[in-house]
Design a protein around this ligand. Structure first.
Ligand code: NAD
Length: 425
C-alpha cells in the first residue's frame, strides 16, 4: 500500500485546519483520479443532499429554559434511505455532522448495504444534564427532525454519548407522532423494542474482525500482540474485550479523563467494570503524550475525529492502526503513516460493523423475525471479511492505500446509482 500524495493535495493539506469536512473533501480529491468515467459525477459527493438545523428548547429542572442547537444531515440517498448515528457532544458543529454523514455514505456503500449516509447531533454536554433533562432534549430534538426521518427515509442510531435508552425515546416520540409503533425508525434499540442481539458490541467486533484479517496479511499474530486503545466507550471497550479474549495484551488505554499504561497488560474486565472509567483506577495518568509513545503493535483509535496528527503519527510505534472512530486521522498524518509503512485500516470499513448489524436490525424489524446472536455474529464476520478482501485486492492492484481503495469501491457504487437514476427533473 502506498500514499497518493500529489502537489495539489499537499498544498491543500498544509493549510487545512482539523475541520472534519475538510478532511473528507481531501479524501474525495484523492480518490477522484481512480474513478475513471464516474469522475464526472464526483461533485455529488461534495454536496450534502439536505441539512436541517433545529432549535431544541427545554425546560431545565431548576425552571430555567435553555436552547440547544441540533442538526440532521442527509449526505447522499442515491442507494437507499439515510443511515447514521446521533451524537450528543459540546463540540458538535454543522461541518462535523456533514463529514460524519458523508463517511456514512462511503461506509454503507463500501459494505454494499442498501442505505445512503446521514448523521445527526446536538451541541450539548450530556454529562451536565439530569436524566429528565436528557429525555426532554432527546424527545424535542426527535420531534424537530421527524420532518425528515422515518423507517424508509432516514434511520438514526447511537453514536458518541447516545445509548439504547436514547434510541428508545426517539422511537417512542416518533411513534406517538405517526400514531403507530414504528420500530424501524431507529436501530441500536433495547432488545424489548425490536433491537438486535449483537448490536451493542457490533462496531467493536468489526474493528476486531478487520484488525485480525489485516494483521494476518502483514504477518502479525494477535496472540501476544501489544494493543493501545484511545477511547473506551461503546466501540473501544468491545474491541478491547475481543482483543484480550484472543490473547492480545492491552498495554495502554486513554479516555477523555485519563491514561493507563502497563506494558505487562491491563486487566480489561476489571477496568471496564469501573463505574468512573479510567479516572477511577489507581495509577491513572493525565492525558499527556505518554499514550502515543507507548510501544505497541496495534493502535486502535476509538474516540473522536482528528486525533492522529502528523506529530503523533511520527511518534507511534504501532505496525497497524485500526480506525474504530470516524475520521480520527488527518490527511497529512495519513501520509506520515504511509511513509513509515504503518498499515491503516480506515474508519469507512474498520468501524462498519455497527451499521452492518443496524442493517440486520432494520431487516429483522421489517420482517418481525429475529435471529440468534451466533447467526448475527457469523453473518457480520462474513460480510466484513468479504468486504475487506475486495478492498485489499483493489489496493494491491492500484498500489493505493486501503482508505483510497475503500473509497474507489464505494464511490463506484454510489456514482453508478447516481448516473443510472439520472437527474430530476
Ligand atoms: P462513546 O461515547 O461510547 O465513547 C467515546 C470514548 O472516547 C469515551 O471513552 C471517551 O472518554 C473517549 N474520548 C472522548 N474524547 C476524548 C479525547 N479527547 N481523548 C481521549 N479519549 C476521548 O462513543 P462510541 O460510540 O464508542 O464512539 C467512538 C467513535 O466511534 C466515534 O468516532 C464514533 O463516531 C465512532 N463510531 C461509533 C459507532 C457505534 O456504533 N457506537 C459506530 C461507528 C463509529
Amino acid at each position: 500500500m502506498s500514499s497518493e500524495r500529489g502537489s495539489k493535495h499537499l498544498s491543500f493539506i498544509e493549510t487545512a485546519s482539523p475541520n472534519p469536512w475538510s478532511t473528507y473533501l481531501a479524501q474525495v480529491d484523492r480518490v477522484t483520479p481512480y474513478l475513471k468515467n464516474r469522475a464526472r459525477w464526483v461533485e455529488t459527493l461534495k454536496h450534502p443532499k439536505r441539512a436541517l438545523i433545529v432549535d431544541v428548547p427545554i425546560e431545565m429542572d431548576d425552571g430555567s429554559v435553555r436552547h440547544f442547537e441540533g442538526y440532521r444531515v442527509q449526505h447522499n440517498l442515491s442507494r437507499g434511505p439515510g443511515k447514521g448515528g446521533i451524537r450528543f457532544h459540546p463540540q458538535v458543529t454543522l461541518d462535523e455532522t456533514k463529514a460524519l454523514a458523508a463517511w456514512m455514505t462511503i461506509k454503507t456503500a463500501a459494505m454494499d448495504l442498501p442505505f445512503g449516509g446521514a448523521k445527526g447531533g446536538v451541541c450539548v454536554d450530556p454529562f451536565t444534564l439530569s436524566q429528565n433533562e436528557l429525555e426532554k432534549l432527546t424527545r424535542r430534538y426527535t420531534s424537530e427532525i421527524s420532518l425528515i426521518i422515518g423507517p424508509t427515509k432516514d434511520i438514526p442510531a447511537p453514536d458518541v454519548n447516545t445509548s439504547a435508552q436514547v434510541m428508545a425515546w426517539i422511537m417512542d416520540t416518533y411513534s406517538m407522532q405517526v400514531g403507530f409503533t414504528a420500530s424501524g425508525v431507529v436501530t441500536g434499540k433495547p432488545i424489548h423494542l425490536g433491537g438486535s442481539l449483537g448490536r451493542v458490541k457490533a462496531t467493536g467486533r468489526g474493528v476486531f474482525v478487520t484488525g485480525r484479517e489485516a494483521a494476518s496479511r502483514i504477518g502479525l499474530k494477535i496472540e501476544g500482540a501489544k494493543v493501545s486503545i484511545q477511547g473506551l466507550g461503546n466501540v473501544g471497550s468491545a474491541a478491547a474485550e475481543l482483543f484480550a479474549a484472543n490473547g492480545a495484551k492491552v498495554v495502554a488505554v486513554q479516555d477523555q479523563w485519563g491514561t493507563l499504561i502497563d506494558e505487562h497488560g491491563l486487566d480489561i474486565q476489571t477496568l471496564l467494570a469501573q463505574p468512573q472509567g479510567i479516572r477511577g483506577v489507581k495509577g491513572a495518568l493525565a492525558n499527556d503524550g505518554a499514550f502515543w509513545d507507548t510501544p505497541c503493535d496495534i493502535l486502535i483509535l476509538a474516540a473522536l475525529e482528528s486525533q492522529m496528527t502528523p506529530e503523533r503519527a511520527r511518534k507511534t510505534k504501532a505496525k497497524l492502526v485500526l480506525e474504530g472512530a470516524n475520521g480520527p486521522t488527518l490527511p497529512d498524518a495519513d501520509d506520515v503513516l504511509a511513509d513509515r509503512n504503518i498499515l491503516v485500516v480506515p474508519d469507512v470499513i474498520c468501524n462498519a460493523g455497527g451499521v452492518t448489524v443496524s442493517y440486520f436490525e432494520w431487516v429483522q424489524d421489517f420482517s418481525s423475525y429475529f435471529w440468534s446472536e451466533e447467526e448475527i455474529n457469523a453473518r457480520l464476520d462474513k460480510l466484513m471479511v468479504d468486504a475487506l478482501r475486495k478492498i485489499w485486492t483493489c489496493a494491491e492492484n492500484n498500489k493505493i492505500s486501503l482508505r483510497t481503495a475503500t473509497y474507489v469501491i464505494a464511490c463506484e457504487r454510489i456514482l453508478a446509482a447516481r448516473e443510472e437514476r439520472g437527474l430530476y427533473p
